[in-house]
Write a protein that binds this ligand. Structure first.
Ligand code: SF4
Length: 215
């Protein structure tokens, strides 16, 4: 007899996760210190997308959600995990399975999506409700470069921040520390790989590029 830790009789093991990137600790992807899971593949083509290399649906790193859950739960002192991309709702099944494991262990889940709130509510993909059910804070809507504005949780003013649970209240912008509205974070791995993340304004990206000799 196969035994799972899931009580839902409708539970079925889901597919592998196509992972674009992973960071064990970040301070700029939501409140607190969070692991970040970037998925590979996005149906949108937002002008000015910060993660253009994550748009292709080609296989990147395929991981078992259960293995990834164990890896995340071994990270000490984190408050939760943030699902970003790419488009998390294009892989809602395995992310829901991952989020379920993490929330059971007490972590919170933030999920980003290029879909609008209305599209997610009206969509008929059967895996979407499962991901919504394990999401504490949902940020919806495509990135619109013309509406870019300093904000600790989103890239452009059209995006919505919605609390679906009680683990993460929607942060009040006025309560954010000075400068928190537009931050970039650089993480250097032992092998020298640099991960750049955050919600920088186009002006901050331009300034960074010029100071580093980029184009
Ligand atoms: S939804 Fe996000 S990942 Fe997809 S193209 Fe837009 S900004 Fe890039």
């Amino acid at each position: 007899m196969m035994v799972t830790e899931y009580n839902d009789p409708g539970y079925r093991p889901m597919s592998m996760l196509n992972l674009a990137g992973f960071l064990s600790r970040s301070a700029v992807n939501g409140p607190g210190i969070r692991a970040v899971v970037w998925v590979q593949g996005c149906p949108f083509r937002c002008e000015g997308c910060f993660n253009g290399q994550f748009q292709s649906f080609s296989p990147a790193t395929l991981v078992d959600p259960d293995d990834l859950a164990r890896a995340i739960l071994s990270i000490p002192g984190i408050d939760g995990v943030t699902f970003s991309g790419g488009e998390p709702f294009a892989q809602a099944g395995p992310l829901a399975e991952l989020g379920e494991r993490l929330r059971r262990a007490g972590l919170s889940v933030i999920t980003y999506s290029g879909y609008t709130t209305e599209q997610l509510a009206e969509g008929n993909d059967p895996t979407w409700p499962a991901l919504l059910a394990v999401t504490d804070l949902l940020i919806t809507g495509p990135y619109v470069a013309g509406l870019a504005a300093p904000d600790p949780l989103k890239g452009s003013a059209n995006q919505q921040v919605i609390a679906l649970g009680t683990r993460i209240p929607v942060p009040r912008k006025a309560a954010c520390p000075a400068g928190a509205g537009s931050r970039m974070e650089f993480t250097i791995a032992p092998d020298g790989t640099v991960t750049t993340t955050g919600f920088p304004t186009p002006a901050l990206v331009t300034e960074f590029s010029s100071r580093c000799g980029g184009s």
